[in-house]
Design a protein around this ligand. Structure first.
Ligand code: ACO
Ligand code: ZN
Length: 153
């Protein structure tokens, strides 16, 4: 099975929302997806296989107070449809955005939040060099804790 990555386009929105709702309890408004894309168009990538979008990653850069702090990449959301998992699609999307965060935005680190029970995602991030750097108690509306995982460039 082959796949290819390309930048998100606004006409992909319905499909990305479908994948987000199929894969994750954390869902966002149409405006939220579009506003992230408008601000960071090269940090929103989709993966295509069998002629359809089967995964996405959406990120932003956090500039710190008044833009004076460290520049940090933030992976807001990543998902791959179940039949297309364990084929390296998430790894490829992550590697592409991590490279862009460094080269295009001068990011010094990248972080994300992940449910403490989400072993597949935690393993993916650890393989990519992320470390668990903090725990946020009751981060999710259902009461589950989040790990903050960070990759230092
Ligand atoms: N069990 C154990 N390890 C896993 C699993 C799993 N189910 N899935 C991935 N991994 C680890 C493995 O080490 C894997 O390498 P291997 O296949 O050579 O063993 C490595 O991660 C890379 O896997 P990929 O094939 O690149 O990952 P995939 O394309 O399957 O996508 C993802 C992983 C995105 C976590 C997928 O399972 C998914 O969409 N899950 C539901 C949504 C989700 O949890 N998203 C992350 C939420 S946190 C956030 O968005 C910031
Ligand atoms: Zn986040």
């Amino acid at each position: 099975m082959s796949f290819r990555l390309r930048d998100f386009r606004p006409e992909d929105l319905d499909r990305v929302i479908y994948i987000n709702r199929t894969c994750l309890p954390e869902n966002y408004s149409r405006m939220f997806f579009l506003s992230i894309h408008k601000r960071y168009p090269d940090l929103f990538i989709v993966a295509e296989a069998d002629g359809q979008i089967v995964g996405y990653i959406m990120c932003r850069i956090e500039h710190g107070l008044l833009g004076l702090g460290k520049r940090k990449g933030h992976v807001i959301s990543i998902a791959v449809l179940p039949p297309y998992r364990r084929r390296g699609i998430a790894t490829a999307m992550m590697e592409e955005v991590l490279a862009r965060m460094v080269e295009r935005y001068g990011a010094e680190e990248c972080f994300l939040e992940v449910r403490v029970s989400n072993f597949p995602a935690i393993s993916l991030y650890e393989k990519l060099g992320f470390k668990k750097t903090d725990v946020i108690k009751h981060y999710y509306p259902d009461g589950e804790d989040a790990y903050i995982m960070t990759k230092f460039f």
